[in-house]
Design a protein around this ligand. Structure first.
Ligand code: FCB
Length: 439
């Protein structure tokens, strides 16, 4: 790779990110059913109806995986804790095996000198809570707060950092409006409620962890840059609305105690009663902000009901996800977020990476595209840092090839190849390149 540690501010953290359902193997260790299990079991939702039953069998192979993190010279490991593994019913009696697993995992990181960076929820909602309306039910904030206390009561003393919810936009809009992720709803009222309750749950979890004396608490938001598809004012408005419900809604709630006006034009009639009174909880002070960044979208108006717009195919080179490669978007988000929302608060890039059509041949995986992608995005991080943005770290998505949600196991994001039959791990060229750059 075309950089060394010296190109970044002192103390800049390099890490890799994963999530529980995507790698652990949900069938192991007494975890309860989640809405991803039932979503995947319903025809048409997931490629080949694949689910997280096996994942990468990280549940039994975590030591080998953490050895890879360590050997790469990474400082930090961003992992998540499965609500349904810890509380199979979502509430009530914890599963001792689940708590023991996260306890072992934490100690295994510390033994290797790796900083544990936890995310409490990366999408596997326990089915019994989904039965009660899941993210549409206001009580989810309390349920999530209780889960937070159970899991952090066990491992919170050893965390380097914690964020409550991975990517509120995906939990809200992608899953309740577009229906692409569990619970697969397409309903504007469900969306408005879910988007708000996610932030209420985020704030509730932060407050509970403060109550436990914990610090270095943040929030992880995915951001997608939106450009108008042409230079008409209508396209500009369409892109601004996309930016509004994708990016600004969540940052607005957490940092300004307000939702963007263009988004509320569509969502206000569907919001839960009394939502305006929740901002004191939602806007708990944070210690850092995480940005997950992959791509941008070109947006054009159309005649559908609100939000009355659509994505248009863009001209840039694309990854195996068909996502345009647009490193400048990461720079723009780092600058804009600091300027408009977070000021001096440390920012981390908590996910960035690409799916590639990697093939393993004679035990070697060459992935020059991924090396190029990482180099270009890290150049943007460096540029933002040089211009004064307090960006303090970068986590590659992902350590391992894994379960890519509705796209099953075929979209490979790892810097380590996984053979999903034998579970053999093979570091790719990008892994070796990163290791060389960090050493
Ligand atoms: C992010 C998710 C992560 C993975 C990557 C490709 O939105 O947080 O689980 O699916 O995209």
């Amino acid at each position: 790779m075309n950089f060394t540690r010296k190109d970044f501010p002192a103390g800049f953290q390099f890490g890799a990110a994963t999530s529980s359902y995507q790698i652990e193997g949900h069938a192991f260790g007494g975890a309860g059913s989640t809405h991803w299990d039932t979503f995947a079991a319903t025809p048409g939702n997931v490629v080949r109806a694949e689910n997280g039953d096996r994942g990468c069998e990280h549940y039994t192979r975590y030591e080998e995986d953490l050895d890879l993190v360590k050997a790469a010279g990474l400082d930090s490991y961003r992992f998540s804790t499965s609500w349904a593994r810890v509380l199979p019913e979502g509430r009530g009696t914890p599963n001792p095996e689940g708590l023991d697993f996260y306890d072992r995992l934490t100690d295994a990181m510390l033994e290797r000198g790796i900083k544990p960076c936890a995310t409490l929820y990366h999408w596997e909602l326990p089915s019994p809570l989904a039965d009660m309306g899941g993210w549409r039910n206001r009580d989810v904030a309390k349920w999530f707060g209780d889960f937070t206390e159970v899991i952090m009561g066990r491992i919170g003393d050893r965390m380097h950092s914690v964020a409550p919810i991975n990517e509120p936009w995906c939990v809200g809009w992608l899953s309740h409006f577009l229906g692409h992720h569990a619970p697969g709803m397409k309903d504007v009222r469900a969306t408005a409620r879910a988007m708000h309750h996610i932030l209420l749950a985020h704030g509730t979890a932060i407050a509970r962890m403060r109550g436990m004396g914990m610090d270095n608490l943040g929030g992880v938001f995915n951001m997608e840059w939106a450009d108008p598809a042409d230079d008409t004012p209508e396209a500009a408005d369409a892109a601004a609305l996309y930016d509004g419900y994708y990016n600004r809604f969540f940052l607005g709630g957490v940092f300004k105690k307000a939702y963007p006006a263009n988004v509320m034009e569509g969502l206000a009639p569907h919001m839960p009663l009394g939502w305006q009174d929740d901002f004191e909880t939602i806007a708990q002070p944070l210690d850092w902000l995480g940005i997950n960044y992959y791509t941008r979208k070109l947006i054009a108006p159309n005649n559908d009901p609100w939000p009355s717009h659509e994505e248009v195919e863009g001209p840039l080179p694309k990854t195996f996800m068909d996502w345009e490669i647009y490193p400048e978007g990461l720079y723009k988000f780092l600058k804009r977020t600091a300027a408009e929302y977070t000021g001096d608060l440390p920012i981390y890039v908590t996910e960035n990476g690409m799916a590639n059509a990697d093939v393993i041949k004679d035990g070697v995986v060459s992935d020059p595209e991924r090396i190029d992608y990482v180099e270009k995005h890290l150049a943007m991080v460096r540029k933002a840092a040089e211009e004064g943005v307090p960006v303090k770290g970068y986590f590659l998505w992902s350590l391992l090839d894994n379960y890519e949600w509705a796209l099953g196991y075929e979209k490979r994001f790892g810097m380590v190849h996984v053979d999903f039959d034998t579970m053999k791990r093979t570091p790719k060229a990008s892994y070796h390149a990163l290791k060389a750059a960090l050493s």
